[in-house]
Structures are given as structure tokens and as C-alpha cells.
Design a protein around this ligand. Structure first.
Ligand SMILES: C[S@@+](CC[C@H](N)C(=O)[O-])C[C@H]1O[C@@H](n2cnc3c(N)ncnc32)[C@H](O)[C@@H]1O
Length: 430
């Protein structure tokens, strides 16, 4: 972990980490990439001070680590190859995590725009810039994928079509978040043109087929361990939403995910993984029988390529709306912290709210927090996590009032109950 970043005055690393625990999965991924033998992953690990492979410590047996390394290398190399063959020259990697993709693609003449949460970009961008042969072709931007303004701003200087790659993110989102991300990507494709490629919808299937083909049927238990490591690291209960296929019911869930894309004016081509699988370094750690079974199994798995569906006369009501800029005002009197929030409470803004609460709490005892939400337009899981944290850390807890309809819908799914006219609190056993 970067000590300078942790100690920085204008960036509360601890609040960022607690609000967005999923950032840790990016470090696990690059450890697995180094295990698989992907070029430059070991250099990145070293710069991140992760030579001890700390993020892999919770994976107890070597098959679990090897199985995960196979999945991660398959995704990385196949995605790089699909991007290279997309016909576009600008890759927008959302989320970029800590992978060597920027190095690989810029060596091939691509322009690379890496987007991720601030906690990743602040640590990772200087590392890549220090080891890249073509740093001028690389830009990093702090975004929240659910926040359209942050994405639009990041691409403001781009005047050519883009290939957006999304690897290892969509399974961490709730249904309303995944809906927001798809809507945002559609809007970016409308402005810039291009395509969107992702392995995420079939990720559970890819894991299952990989473990089964390489280690046999009994490996399903190892797979459960992988799922629970990812859930713990991301603080997400079940890694499931309408865009992630359910292996128990593939045909229905493919339809659900396709309908979701259609509702956003996107069409999908499912690209067969076996037919596009590059040679993997990790094969050196497998027997020839395992390699053959693995390649055969990948015939059942697909990566998804989305483009605008020109045949649909699509009208996006969201495009006419503009979010209010985020604003937080507060006063503190007689043990009560009164706040007013405006705009979006997401991965970018939520850590500031937590920091403010903790700063006030250091100077005085906070009994209760009351938040006026009349201008709060959206709340993501990161925002909900901050509400939980605040609630747990003051005697009388947190009260929200004047909540609008769309935020109410989200609160209802997250354990909040109404206890007066438009007054909301968390139930005791949330
Ligand atoms: C499993 S990692 C994948 C990173 C990289 N694409 C890879 O394949 O290794 C998940 C990434 O999603 C990022 N992430 C999570 N929520 C996000 C959000 N709301 N907006 C942007 N990035 C997000 C995390 O910071 C993390 O880097």
C-alpha cells in the first residue's frame, strides 16, 4: 500500500477504502496475473508493494489460486485481442484496475484511457506512467461508472470512436447500478461511436467451466471459496444482478440480460470464447490433458460485444436530465449533526460525507445525524455503506427525511423503514 497516499492531507485513504472496498479486487487480479505469467504484472506488483501476494492469502489451496489465475489470464488476453481486432484505436478501460493493459495496448499503437475509482487511479496512474514506454498515449481518470458526468468529463478531448472494455466490475453492482452503467455507456457510444466489450455476463459460467474442466467435478467447492473471497473483498453479498447470467438457468438469464440491453437501445453479439482464445502462459502449469479439456469447455462460454441498435427508434429520457452538482452542508448543535445533501451520493462523493462525520465526531460526541435528502437525486451502494457506518457510530442513529421517490426505492431494498411522514431510519437488525 502506498504510504504517501495514505498520509495525504487532501485524500482520506481510509474513508475511500471503507466506502469502496471493492477496489481490493483489482489488487487480487494483478497478483493472479503475475501468477499466470502475464508480462509486466510482476513489475506492477512490485511497485504496489505486493511482492508478498497478500491479497491471495485468503485463497488457501494451490488449485484455487491456479484456477483463478487461468480465468484471469483468459479474460485479460482475450479482451486485449478483441480490443486489438475491434477496428478502433482508442481503448476506454472501465474499470482499469491495476492491470498491464495500458502497457500492452500502447505498445501496439493504441491510445489508452484508464478509468477507475479515485482510490485506484491515485495509486496506479503514477506507477504505469513510470514504467510505460509510451506514457503520452495513456490517460487515467477518476470516475464512478454510475456517474455519467464523471465519464463524459473523462472523454471530453476524445474525438474518435472508442472501444470500451469492462472487465470484472458489473457483478459487484445492484440492479439499479448496473442499469445506470449501461445507460451511461450507451450515452458515450452515442456521442463517440464505437463498441463495448465485456466478459462479465458469463463470468460465473467461465469460472465453473474452468474449474470443472481442469480439476474435475469436486472442484466446485474451490469455486465457492473464490466467490466468498470476492464477496468479502467487495462487501457485496451475492455477486448477482440482471446482467450476470445464472448458471442454473442460462437460457432465461440470457434473455433477461439481452432485454436489459435492448431497453437501452443496445444490441449484442455473443463472441465464442474458444474461437478467440489466445495462447496462455498459464498452460505451462497444466498437463496437456487439462489444456485440451479447458479449451473444449470454453466453447460453451461467450464474451459480449455491444453496439448501438440503429434499427430501434430509441428515446432515452435520461439524456435530457442533468444531475445537480454534489453539495453537502451541515451544522452541529446539541449532539445533533444536521446535514443537507444535494446531487448524487456515490463512490466519488460518499467518502467526503464519511470524512465530515468522523471529523465532527472527533471534536464532539454525536448523538444523532439528521439528513435532509430533498435534493438528493441518487444513492449508490457506496452511499448506503456510508449511511450504515454513520448509523452504527452514533447513539440514536441516522434519520433521513424528505427522500424522493427514486431514492426511496433504493432505501427500501437496503433495510430502511419509514417511521413518520417521509422520515426514514435503518431497522435494528440491518
Ligand atoms: C476485479 S477489479 C477489475 C479490474 C480490472 N479490469 C481487471 O480486470 O483486473 C474491479 C474494479 O472495479 C472498480 N470499480 C468498482 N466500482 C466501481 C465504480 N462504481 N466505478 C468505477 N470503477 C469501479 C474497482 O475499483 C476495481 O478496480
Amino acid at each position: 500500500m502506498n504510504e504517501e497516499l495514505k498520509m495525504s492531507n487532501d485524500f482520506n485513504y481510509s474513508a475511500q477504502a471503507r466506502t469502496n472496498p471493492v477496489f481490493q479486487t483489482a489488487k487480487t487480479a494483478v497478483c493472479l496475473m503475475a501468477r499466470a505469467g502475464i508480462p509486466d504484472a510482476d513489475k506492477i506488483l512490485h511497485c504496489l508493494k505486493l511482492d508478498d501476494n497478500q491479497p491471495l492469502k485468503s485463497m488457501t489451496d494451490s488449485d484455487t489460486i491456479l484456477g483463478n489465475a487461468i480465468v484471469v489470464e483468459t479474460k485479460y488476453r482475450t479482451m486485449c485481442s478483441l480490443i486489438e481486432n475491434s477496428g478502433y484505436h482508442t481503448c476506454v478501460d472501465l474499470p482499469c484496475g491495476c492491470t498491464p493493459k495500458a502497457l500492452h495496448l500502447t505498445e501496439k499503437g493504441f491510445r489508452f484511457i484508464g478509468m477507475d475509482l479515485p482510490i485506484i487511479v491515485r495509486e496506479f496512474a503514477p506507477i504505469i506512467n513510470s514504467i510505460a514506454t509510451h506514457p503520452n498515449a495513456i490517460t487515467f481518470c477518476e470516475v464512478d461508472a454510475t456517474n455519467y458526468e464523471s465519464l463524459e468529463q473523462a472523454l471530453r478531448d476524445i474525438d474518435e470512436p472508442i472501444c470500451i472494455s469492462t472487465e470484472g466490475m458489473l457483478m459487484y453492482f445492484s440492479d439499479d447500478e448496473v442499469d445506470a452503467v449501461i445507460s451511461n455507456i450507451r450515452r458515450l457510444l452515442e456521442i463517440h461511436g464505437g463498441c463495448w466489450i465485456t466478459p462479465d455476463p458469463e463470468i460465473k459460467l467461465q469460472f465453473m467451466l474452468t474449474f470443472h474442466s481442469v480439476f474435475g467435478e469436486s472442484s466446485v467447492r474451490n469455486l465457492e471459496k473464490t466467490g466468498s473471497t470476492a464477496s468479502k473483498q467487495s462487501d457485496v453479498a451475492n455477486l448477482f444482478n440482471s446482467f450476470i447470467l445464472n448458471v442454473e438457468n442460462l437460457s432465461d438469464s440470457i434473455k433477461t440480460a439481452e432485454n436489459l440491453l435492448r431497453s437501452h437501445g443496445l444490441k449484442v453479439e455473443r463472441i465464442n470464447l474458444a474461437e478467440n482464445l489466445p495462447e496462455l502462459s498459464v498452460y505451462r502449469q497444466l498437463t496437456s490433458a487439462q489444456i485440451k479439456q479447458f479449451k473444449d469447455a470454453m466453447q460453451q462460454c461467450h464474451y459480449w460485444l455491444m453496439t448501438l441498435d440503429e434499427s430501434q427508434n430509441f428515446q432515452d429520457n435520461v439524456t435530457v436530465q442533468k444531475n445537480l452538482p454534489f453539495e453537502m452542508k451541515y451544522t452541529f448543535e446539541n449532539g445533533v449533526l444536521q446535514m443537507t445533501l444535494r446531487g448524487r451520493m456515490d463512490s466519488i462523493s460518499a467518502p467526503n460525507i464519511l470524512t465530515t462525520f468522523e471529523k465532527e465526531k472527533l471534536s464532539d460526541n454525536i448523538d444523532e445525524v439528521k439528513i435532509d435528502c430533498s435534493e438528493l437525486e441518487y444513492i449508490s451502494s457506496a452511499g448506503i455503506r456510508v449511511f450504515f457506518d454513520i448509523h452504527k457510530n452514533c447513539n440514536k442513529g441516522l434519520v433521513l427525511f424528505n427522500v424522493n421517490l427514486s431514492v426511496t426505492k433504493i432505501l427500501l431494498n437496503k433495510g430502511f423503514t419509514e417511521f413518520g411522514v417521509n422520515k426514514w431510519k435503518l431497522s435494528k437488525n440491518f
